[in-house]
Write a protein that binds this ligand. Structure first.
Ligand SMILES: Cc1cc2nc3c(=O)[nH]c(=O)nc-3n(C[C@H](O)[C@H](O)[C@H](O)COP(=O)(O)OP(=O)(O)OC[C@H]3O[C@@H](n4cnc5c(N)ncnc54)[C@H](O)[C@@H]3O)c2cc1C
Length: 509
């Protein structure tokens, strides 16, 4: 690593513009902190620093995002190779007072949360892509540049898996810092409940390892669901699980079966804890311009031997699937297939809601969402919407408690829950404002109805939330206070809050 005194040299480079950056005559009045930081990165690590119009810059800023709405034009992109280079980057941003964003798998569809405009620098984790199994194969060390499909493909030859995303393109870091709902969560809790060590770069530039029992045990706890207010994580050590193959697949139903479909979803929510190896993702996909909806359920059973019982309400003679791909296969194979059906690219928006498990709550959410989507959004070009009911069992929450607790502190006494995600996927930027306003109004409407009937859940899951939703405000008061004090201890200058503004910040709650 070259010394930070190179900042002076970098400023000289900015003014003379010798490094291939913009060619216009630069006077000192044009110098911005971002230009200084970029010049420093380029001077020190020329092969890891990319400017607009280079193919690497375009790759980093415009292809590694799930939603087009996240594309932005940072002054430059710095792509560090290891934790030391991340530490150098953070110190450089601090000294030059440059705002920056960090991107992992780029799946959080909120503009400004994982990218930044030309006033700042994008720090990409693309090259932090290491994967290493411990000698006894019980722990996998994962660099934050990995996506879950890569993790599953790596572990599959060993007959192992990890508690991770249900879509392969989702990045490891953002997912784990928000908690992480997995097909395995009814057995093992949040994915973050299964992290045993974090390596991360503090705002001071210090690289530390946090575990449940070492000096940084408070930081360890905060990272299980406190988001990106504390450090940049450069390695996650997670427990592996023996799971060579699983029963998994996607069933589809036509909309005439709506009532029995909601019955089946309700019953799984109510009795899902009876067999924690089972999981479902019930999703209703709608095409407003075609006035059509398709009802789907991803079904998962973590065993070589199938148990039909948890899914009997989703199969004949209760429901009649038009397609059902449920079969014994490695999770990596299923994930790869599902990913091929969901290419990155369109404009995307998430909103999250929560209810206790109640049949009437399902009806309210389903009917309100579909009615409003079909009556108000049918003219939006290329619009596809979905509504997902994620059943959260008592065992899911108990796992987190048994493993030392987490900041989310979900109230087990009112479990089970449905954590619900509304998703909009559309084509034209001209429709952004309509979608954002609609997503707020329909969610407010549904929440008001749930609240009036005492059916609303209090916790809102960060990773499925949309801009403007309150997240940490719904964590237990004591947990939020603890998060705030841990943040203040490790980042007194608020570097990861103000200099890195993207993401939900505990200080702002
Ligand atoms: C198609 C799809 C499927 C999904 N499936 C699931 C699922 O099955 N279960 C689930 O729980 N969630 C799921 N999610 C939600 C997902 O967990 C979040 O979007 C998550 O933030 C994605 O992580 P990422 O690394 O891709 O995010 P990014 O967009 O890269 O980052 C998200 C946030 O984390 C911060 N961050 C990234 N890397 C670091 C780092 N190394 N250190 C500190 N901060 C960092 C970023 O600054 C940003 O604010 C899904 C999302 C999509 C779009």
């Amino acid at each position: 690593m070259k010394p930070l005194s190179a900042i002076a040299i970098a400023i000289a480079f900015v003014t003379s513009s010798v490094y291939g950056a913009p060619t216009e005559a630069i006077t000192t009045t044009h110098i911005t902190s971002a230009k200084v930081a970029c010049a420093l990165f380029h001077f020190t690590y020329p092969n890891h620093t990319f400017y607009p119009n280079s193919s690497a810059y375009i790759y980093e800023t415009q292809t590694q995002y799930w939603s087009v709405t996240d594309y932005a034009g940072p002054q430059c992109v710095f792509v560090p190779q290891n934790a030391q280079q991340v530490a150098f980057a953070v110190s450089s941003m601090v000294l030059s007072q440059t705002q920056f964003a960090v991107r992992g798998g780029g799946h959080m569809p909120i503009p400004g949360y994982n990218n930044i405009d030309s006033s700042g620098v994008l720090l990409s984790t693309t090259n932090l892509s290491s994967l290493a199994l411990s000698t006894d194969k019980s722990v996998l060390s994962i660099g934050p540049g990995n996506k879950w499909v890569t993790v599953y493909n790596f572990l599959q030859p060993y007959g192992l898996c990890a508690i991770g995303g249900r879509v392969g393109g989702v990045g490891v870091p953002g997912y784990l810092l928000g908690g992480g709902i997995s097909f395995y969560s009814n057995q093992y809790g949040f994915a973050s409940d299964n992290v045993v060590k974090y390596e991360c770069v503090l705002a001071s530039g210090l690289i530390v390892e946090a575990t449940a029992t070492n000096t940084y045990s408070d930081l360890f706890w905060a990272l299980k669901g406190g988001g990106n207010s504390f450090c940049i994580v450069t390695r996650f050590d997670v427990k592996t699980v023996a799971s060579p193959e699983v029963w998994v697949g996607l069933a589809q139903y036509d909309s005439s079966q709506k009532t029995k479909y909601l019955d089946a979803v309700y019953n799984f929510g109510k009795y899902g804890s009876l067999d924690s190896k089972a999981a479902i993702i019930p999703t209703i996909v709608s095409f407003p311009s075609l006035n059509t909806s398709v009802y789907t359920a991803a079904k998962f059973y973590d065993s070589l031997v199938n148990n039909a019982a948890p899914f009997e309400n989703f199969t004949t003679p209760q429901l009649f699937p038009t397609v059902d791909t449920y079969a014994l296969q490695p999770l990596s194979g299923y994930i790869t297939l599902i990913d091929s059906l969901q290419p990155d690219g369109p404009r995307q928006q998430f909103t999250v809601m929560s209810s206790i498990v109640d049949r009437n709550a399902l009806e309210i959410v389903h009917d309100t969402f579909l009615l409003e989507v079909f009556t108000q959004l049918s003219s939006i070009s290329g619009l596809q919407t979905s509504l997902t009911f994620q059943p959260i069992t008592k065992e899911f929450i108990q796992q987190g408690i048994s493993k030392g607790g987490n900041p989310q502190g979900v109230d087990i006494s009112k479990a089970p829950y449905f954590w619900m995600v509304e998703n909009w996927s559309w084509s034209n930027s001209a429709d952004d404002a309509t979608i954002y306003a609609f997503s707020k109004s329909v969610t407010d409407n549904i929440n008001a109805q749930l609240k009036a009937k005492g059916l609303q859940g209090t916790y809102l899951y960060m990773n499925d939330a949309g801009a403007g939703q309150q997240i940490f405000q719904n964590y237990p008061t004591a947990n939020l206070a603890r998060l705030k004090s841990i943040r203040a201890k490790y980042d007194p200058l608020q570097i990861y809050t103000k200099l890195m503004p993207g993401g939900w910040k505990v200080l702002n709650a």
